[in-house]
Design a protein around this ligand. Structure first.
Ligand SMILES: [Fe+2]
Length: 299
């Protein structure tokens, strides 16, 4: 089935785009450069999501760099009341936003509090319990490994039926990568899929993730947003359902013996193949290749 992704408009003043009623994205104009464990450093396109609650307050998911233009448009939408990090990786600009909006509450995702000791968080969103401040407006579900490697909170804006994933699903634009990065991103399933590293992190916790995915399906989302994609969102319930089926294909339950063999195989691959080869690629991509090309090291 053809997937009709809504394109990002080419002309944007600040980066804010309305997805549906009372929900917007903020598109970052610059890349964030990040190196996933034992991989080359990639340029990531990224976005925030802004949700306006019934009392006209705003909740910002994954705050990106706050520019004067963004701030002007945000202030026109409402009062920033909540700054939320959906996982322990999307926190870079929370401090800047907190300075700009000192009355806003900071909500941490699991593992972020010990990582950002410089910030004072009001709460850690580590459970599926609905927040009283946004009950009946926003639902949330933890995709948690419980092993401390990677957890993410997936949000659902009830009014617009929009589900927001952060890093559980990624889709990159391959043309922005070097040939080495194109190869490693394909190998790591970073195109309309759960990145392979995240899949491996959940090797022993697939049952819990299946339950989380079931919860997402019960929401019957009509729009889907992910943090890293060259498109804005996916519309229509059937399109979103099919996309989720495909992206989470790796979670399909198997007979016990098959599941056990797959788990052992994944774990062995991680230890003996993926990590050693990635170490070699990192060495070439970040250390040797830039020197050969006269680029003077990684960013
Ligand atoms: Fe991310």
């Amino acid at each position: 089935m053809t997937q009709n992704f809504r394109p990002i408009p080419s002309e944007l003043k600040s980066g804010l785009i309305e997805v549906a009623s009372n929900i917007w994205t903020i598109e970052a104009k610059d890349y964030v450069h990040y190196r996933p464990p034992m991989q080359p450093r990639y340029p990531y396109t990224h976005r925030s999501v802004v949700i306006r609650l019934n009392d006209n307050s705003l909740l910002i998911l994954s705050p990106i760099q706050l520019t004067p233009d963004i701030r002007t448009e945000i202030n026109a939408l409402g009062v920033v009341k909540y700054l939320v990090s959906p996982n322990h990786l999307h926190h870079l600009y929370m401090g800047d936003w907190q300075q700009a909006y000192p009355k806003a509450k900071l909500y941490a995702s699991p593992r972020l509090v010990p990582k950002r000791k410089d910030l004072t968080f009001d709460k850690t969103l580590s459970t599926d319990t609905f927040e009283p401040e946004w009950i009946d407006q926003i639902e949330q579900c933890v995709f948690g490994s419980g092993n401390g490697w990677f957890d993410e909170i997936v949000f659902f804006h009830c009014e617009s039926h929009t589900v927001v994933f952060t890093d559980m699903i990624m889709d990159f634009e391959p043309t922005i990568f070097s040939p080495i990065s194109r190869m490693t991103t394909r190998w790591n399933q970073m195109y309309k899929n759960t990145p392979f590293g995240v899949q491996l992190a959940h090797t022993f916790d697939r049952v819990s993730l299946r339950d989380s995915l079931k919860t997402v399906r019960t929401w019957k989302p009509k729009h889907l947003i992910v943090a890293h994609s060259p498109w804005l969102c996916l519309d229509e319930e059937e399109q979103v359902a099919n996309f989720l089926d495909s992206a989470f294909n790796w979670l399909e339950p198997q007979p016990f013996i098959v599941e056990a063999i797959m788990t052992a195989t994944r774990f062995s691959m991680l230890l003996f193949i993926v990590l050693p080869i990635h170490a070699l690629i990192v060495l070439i991509a970040d250390l040797i290749y830039p020197r050969l090309m006269g680029q003077g090291g990684s960013k």
